[in-house]
Design a protein around this ligand. Structure first.
Ligand code: GTP
Ligand code: MG
Length: 294
């Protein structure tokens, strides 16, 4: 039996979370076209007759001195140092520059086996593939370099084959029926954040965080009651989230409701969704520590 922890590392929007969802076959980690969607370590567990791979999806590594970015960098770096292997994803549509070099330096420093993947195969030109290949073969001469599309589930089996090749022998770390170890409140807040992000444009997704204020479950009535808050950074941003006539928040609620209900099959659900301002939370050490708990 093989058993290994695998950190999924790469720049923002490389497709890390999409790939972890494809591998596990479940919605483990939220995704969006906005870079820096993932903010925490998110575990996705894959088990088959070969053994178990416990993936840690991480925040995309972004070079920036802002406090919030430093927190996210810390989450990613801490994951690098506690995994048996690294799955390094690069987005073939973007030229490898200073940021990519910094990410690959960090990976090399971790000193564990690396499987490198050029992702987004479905939209890459031959020249883009060549450029990514030469970057990776120069930096990781002894690592396999694969081409895949996490979104289309193309080349993903080959990634698993390579990872199992390098994985050490060991017992399963989780029961084979498990696909994530996230607590319920976190998962629910992430679903709401995803639906909020997808309703917004430009910078606003970075200005929000979601918290579950209260959650109760009645075994007798088979009913789940959740009160959640979408926090914005400024008072003026609340109106954008609510939208004209409440249209936007209604859509966020409806889409969140549909997905949260799947977590509680056989139960009914009340989702009370509110919008509040938490001024300057992105520079508040206390709030950041609560959100970026690793
Ligand atoms: N064409 C194409 N798009 C992809 C692929 N994988 C992911 N994407 C898209 O790329 C965007 C980012 O995907 P995510 O999975 O959220 O990327 P990520 O690396 O987790 O991003 P961060 O969490 O911000 O670091 C989304 O719009 C995805 O739909 C792929 O294989 N092909
Ligand atoms: Mg992500």
């Amino acid at each position: 039996m093989k058993s290994a922890t695998v950190s999924v590392i790469g720049r923002p929007s490389a497709g890390k979370s999409t790939l972890v969802n494809t591998i596990t076959g479940m919605k483990v980690s939220i995704t969006s076209p906005t870079p820096q969607t993932t903010r925490n370590k998110i575990r996705g567990i894959y088990t088959d007759s070969r053994g178990q791979l416990v993936f840690t999806d991480t925040p995309g590594f972004h070079l920036s001195d802002k406090e919030i970015n430093k927190r996210m960098q810390d989450v990613t770096v801490s994951s690098l140092s506690d995994s048996d292997m690294i799955l390094y994803l690069i987005d073939g549509t973007r030229k490898p520059g200073k940021e990519e070099e910094t990410v690959s330096d960090l990976i090399l420093k971790a000193g564990v086996p690396v499987v490198a993947v050029i992702n987004k195969k479905d939209i890459l030109s031959a020249a883009q593939v060549d450029e990514a290949k030469s970057f990776l073969s120069e930096r990781f001469p002894s690592s396999p370099v694969l081409l895949a599309s996490g979104k289309d589930d193309d080349g993903v089996d080959e990634i698993l084959i390579e990872l199992f090749k390098y994985a050490p022998e060991g017992e399963l770390m989780y029961d084979e029926s498990m696909y994530t170890d996230q607590d319920l409140e976190f998962r629910i807040s992430e679903i709401i954040r995803e639906k909020t992000i997808s309703s917004l444009s430009e910078e606003l997704p970075h200005a929000i965080y979601v918290e579950i204020e209260d959650m109760e479950y009645s075994e007798e009535e088979k009913h789940v009651w959740i009160r959640a808050v979408i926090n914005t950074e400024r008072d003026g941003q609340k109106g954008i989230i609510v939208g004209r006539g409440g249209e936007n928040i209604k859509r966020i609620r409806k889409e969140s409701f549909r997905e949260i209900r799947q977590i509680f099959p056989g139960s009914t659900l009340t989702l009370d969704l509110r919008v509040k301002a938490d001024p300057k939370w992105r520079t508040s050490k206390k709030t950041l520590s609560r959100i970026f708990n690793g």
